[in-house]
Ligand binder design. Sequence first.
Ligand code: TXA
Ligand code: MG
Length: 313
Amino acid sequence: MKTRIIKIDSKNISTAKINEAARIIKKGGVVAFPTETVYGLGANGLDKKAVRKIFLAKGRPQDNPLILHVSGIDQVNYLVNKTPEKAAKLMERFWPGPLTLVMKKSKAVPKAVTAGLDSVAIRMPKNKISLELIKESGCPLAAPSANISGKPSPTLAEHVIDDLNGRIDAVIDGGKVDIGIESTVLDMTQEIPQILRLGKITKKQIEKVIGRVNDKNISDNKPRSPGMKYRHYSPNAQVILVKSNKESKLISEKHSKKKIRILKYENEIKMAKNLFKDFRESDKEGYDIIIVFEPKGKEFGSAILDRLKKASK
Ligand code: TXA
Ligand code: MG
């Protein structure tokens, strides 16, 4: 299959080009598109045949469910049994934005989307291209990150092309994403909602709106978010985390015969924006080892650190 590249200027969105991409979705095809977090790989979320193509293109394990992307809060009711009151409050406060809510699904959502679970993950992205695409397609878009499973999520269209060229119908090139790491995932099916994946929207921000929320790890030993058990975000190079210049120097000396790249960022915002791109570039340039200076580990920093820990395993 030839993958079409549809370039869209995010500051001057071409209706004709959005229509071109939406036509592919309506016909049951698969289109990668930018969101504010990372690029997603979208298909009609109500069409199980189209959804299966996403799993195939990514090499994604069948038991890892997808997020449905909507363009308005009013579209949620059709997809869930009942919108919990706390979820409604969070949508009002954080949508469009990088917060995914897991709720009991309705019959309208195929099991292919939820990997057999009776809950469904939903979010409304804060990116005009994705919102226009969802509107024009006339359906929620099921979309995981648009990378080959296990690789770092794409933050540029060229990352999508590197991974999926020839395997998907099209990619919308809308330039660099804004945030650079995936959305916060929050399970609303429990009495006390639980964070399943850390992201830009922090626990503190969520608790301000709905009160107590459980942390990512404490509840039980069975992974509630199936995606959490898989290897993620991994460049080919070995990732080593350090806290100080001294530590970095020691490691560089120990591996003096290897090709080493050191990643140190000014702040968390820049780190999130560039980390996955820098991982991918390091692989292209053939580095053996990537030394990364850890973020401080509070708030947004803890979301980045979470990805780094998985990448360094
Ligand atoms: O920022 C994002 O969330 C990006 C953009 C494209 O929206 N998407 C993304 O999707 O990161 P993906 O498929 O790479 O990650 C979705 C995560 C996985 O860890 C998955 O297991 C979890 O959400 N998830 C999806 N549905 C779930 C459900 N019903 N219950 C628990 N976890 C769920
Ligand atoms: Mg992913």
